[in-house]
Design a protein around this ligand. Structure first.
Ligand code: NAD
Length: 255
């Protein structure tokens, strides 16, 4: 299977890279993914975090969600060398955008230019009032959660607020999904980094890019369902692999 050298060749020739990232790009920052050993789903039942669970029993939903978010402590986490490598690709004029499934905000913290990052599944830094359909900073909910007032009430209508992230069973935000799809259609390389490609519709973007003529590179620690179709597959820890890939792609061409 084509690997590192082929991935470098595609990146070197590219002028329109789009990165599609998942939880695996942030494990190097100390945030567990869903499915690996020690991942979130080995300790929590995914159905407890679904939209249907929020609607059925918002108190039970928020109690567990607050426990998970306290354990993850995302506010203390910082971007790692893999996030930084994508900024280098942008500074070199090669990166069109980052489409992320992550809710940790690390791509937005690391220094990409404005509007370059699309958070397909929203941000853990926000909450959303369900009746008003308005987003608020998470800080609006924090005091309520600390005193066990769940679901946290909307400052506008006092109705129930949910996390600002997309829960299982909830549709993706239309604007972000259409921007991500347009990026996948217009890139010349789709670099998938740290996604198991199990969660749709994000997992469908490699096929969209492929159908539009782009090369697809998969960089991941374990296999994904798209590996057999990919133009290059690079295995390893992204905090080492991505900086090496980007460095090699940006190095002056040999004479
Ligand atoms: P996933 O857990 O399904 O897959 C992560 C993939 O990354 C796995 O295939 C794993 O082998 C790989 N991986 C883990 N650490 C790696 C490393 N250091 N180097 C290389 N590869 C590594 O995650 P996903 O595909 O992103 O699933 C999508 C869902 O996970 C999304 O809904 C997302 O919101 C959610 N999620 C996000 C975060 C976050 O924001 N950091 C954390 C956990 C889950």
């Amino acid at each position: 299977m084509p690997g590192f050298v082929d991935a470098v060749r595609f990146l070197r020739a590219s002028t329109r890279v789009v990165a599609l990232t998942g939880a695996g790009i942030s494990t190097g920052s100390g945030i567990p993914d869903f499915r690996s050993r020690g991942g979130i789903w080995t300790r929590f039942d995914p159905s407890e975090f679904a939209y249907a669970r929020f609607l059925d029993d918002p108190v039970a939903f928020w109690t567990l969600r607050a426990a998970l978010m306290a354990e993850l402590d995302l506010a203390s986490k910082r971007p790692n060398a893999a996030h930084e490598a994508l900024v280098r690709l942008e500074s070199a004029g090669k990166l069109r955008g980052v489409v992320t499934q992550n809710i940790d905000g690390l791509h937005s913290l690391v220094g990409h230019s404005r509007d370059r990052v699309i958070e397909l599944h929203g941000s853990a830094d926000q909450v959303r009032c369900v009746p008003c359909d308005v987003f608020y900073p998470f800080s609006v909910a924090r005091a309520h959660l600390a005193t066990g007032t769940v679901p946290p009430p909307c400052p506008g209508c006092a109705g129930p607020m949910k996390p600002g992230t997309v829960l299982f069973g909830e549709p993706l935000p239309i604007l972000e999904l259409s921007r991500a799809t347009a990026l996948a259609r217009s890139c010349d390389v789709l670099l998938v980094a740290g996604s198991s490609l199990e969660v749709y519709p994000a997992a469908g973007l490699p096929q969209v890019a492929r159908d539009a003529g782009a090369a697809v590179i998969i960089a991941n620690a374990s296999t994904t369902p798209f590996d057999v179709e990919a133009d290059a597959v690079v295995r390893g820890d992204l905090s080492h692999v991505l900086p090496r890939l980007v460095e090699a792609a940006l190095a002056p061409a040999p004479p």
